[in-house]
Design a protein around this ligand. Sequence first.
Ligand SMILES: [Zn+2]
Length: 681
Amino acid sequence: MRVPFLSLLAATATATAALPPVPPTYVCQRATQLLTIDGKGEDADWQQAMRLSPLRDIEGCAIEDKTVVRMLWDDRYLYVLADMQEPHLWATLHERDSIIYRDPDFEVFIDPDGDTRNYVEIEVNALNTVWDLLLTAPYRTANQALHDWNIPGLQSAVHLRGTLNNPADTDEGWSVELAIPWESITGHSAHPRRCEPPAPGSTLRMNFSRVNWQVRPDTTSPCGYSKLTQPEGTPLPESNHVWAPTGVINIHCPEHWGYVRLSDKPVGSGYESTPVPTTYPAQRRLFDWYTAQLAHRAQHGTFSTALQHPGVTALYCDTQHFLAQATASDGQKLTLDHHGNLSLLPATNERPPLYLWVQGGKHEGDTPWWQQHFARLAGAGIHAVIIGGTVEQLTHLIPIAHSEGLQVYAWLWALNRPQDATALQHPDWYAVNRHGKSCHAPADRPFVEYYQFLCPNSEGALNHLLTQVDRLATIPGLTGIQLDYMRMPDVILPRGLWAKYGLDMSRELPEYDFCYCERCRTDFRKTSGRDIEPIAEQDAAWRTYRLNCVARVANTLCQRIRSHNLRSACAVFPTPQLAAQLVRQNWADFELDLALPMVYHSFYNENTTWAAECSRLAAGQTQQRIPLAPGLHLPDSTTATLPRELDQLLRTAPAGIGLFCDDDLSPEMLQTLHQWCEKSE
Ligand SMILES: [Zn+2]
């Protein structure tokens, strides 16, 4: 909770380089019982609650993961539990509404309707002393915080794992547990709020911050420690570890906070994810413009009437006032004025974002070509590109894509790794079929030469894939990583491909049925207490075993992706049930932030009605836990059929639509897309 100096404000225009392209999101599930607020978090519900993505340095850099935050809610309260590792527990402030961040503390910020105003701040130290305040607006405007505002009925507790104010020993850490009454968040008599009481599906904007000071043992100090100081005698600045970085040392930038969606599912219902709202990129562009204007005013005393920013239109701008507008990918229009008031005008028709797969290897290093290409894609209504390519290619392409307003996902081939030089040195990493033939041997690969699948049970292969995730995560500006081939080889090909390979795949054939490697057979024997049945395709437990192996790899990769504060996406077969049957991919069990079901109807000798039906079935089979962006295989579409096909998918209310094309989109197809987007706006 630091108040920025003017010099800091001036720096904000350029200091957001480490800021992730999108803020983190979290799905808060319902508590199933009354929680005991004792700081310990021992209630069964807390054991099942998902953790938020790891905290980062407030400016955006990754830090050591020493804080685990979880949330729950019910009709009366929003619950927060934070567990913090800390070798030196100390606290000095006993009085309510002291400036708590002068001690090490844990802080919660809640903007219930995302308008960046009227938000709640709560700070707690290791003595369980609370500072609660209401901010009518961020400190950068003229408005003041209401320090004397107290939350009636707030329950808070801390639990110490160690001894407070004793430098002679090493402590383990402490935890904070809060039950925050909804009345205080969504409405207050003195400051009526614009938003309704929470309902399932509501989204709050929130942030968490952990403040730490560098100290040394000091027997003359009452708490046993004193803060390390700078040469001139003032304390060294504190560290601020936050959930959603703001890019500057100032948490009071609510436009950068994370999104928390309230789910109606009870805790323990499994992993749930929620997309970043489609309005976010437009909102971010507006606040970039606003921040640049504040910096200009700090330096020159007035706003700039000449300021330009991609995607932002100044509806009105003089030296003292402005109103800027940006359009979201779903057609909604957002405005921001010089007071920082954000308004959202609903679109008549909502359109979800479009994702397009792109090969990053072509026209290598040709910046002008890519600039024009991305400009065309953005102009046609594409919202994000999923780029396949090397770290170097992606590093080159991301700033170009960003300059056109496109988000970028890296495209990672998961269990199928064609020509992977490292993997090829480890024959035992590869999947083996029922005849004992391995995908490692060129002569024995199923269907096509590039089917070089790894065994889903090989630790070496898994570590290799984790290394690939870590390498991609170093690329600045990435929004997420999309896994492809997160499955086993097709034990049954889609119906439309049988003729191409001269196969009747109405039943599972042993040469296409993997993984019968020694490791998988042995492990199955160990876990099930028996061998695989002689008629293996009828062995339900063996089938489930392999589905679970694939899901475990997927979830290990997704967790690693999220630990880098990136979104985890996956290209999957049309529905979880069909995917389990065809390629051992029960993706209802995958912990994804976005699933891109490849409802490519021609592969199945079906039509687009079938594709839309798959999209609906997939939503049901995943219990709507995973945002879906069903995809079209564009080579099967024409400029005449594309609008109708998009409309059909749109009616299934997807979180997005994926577009796959083997080659560049023709100018005619781009124009058709553009017209469709215009029409649906
Ligand atoms: Zn195996």
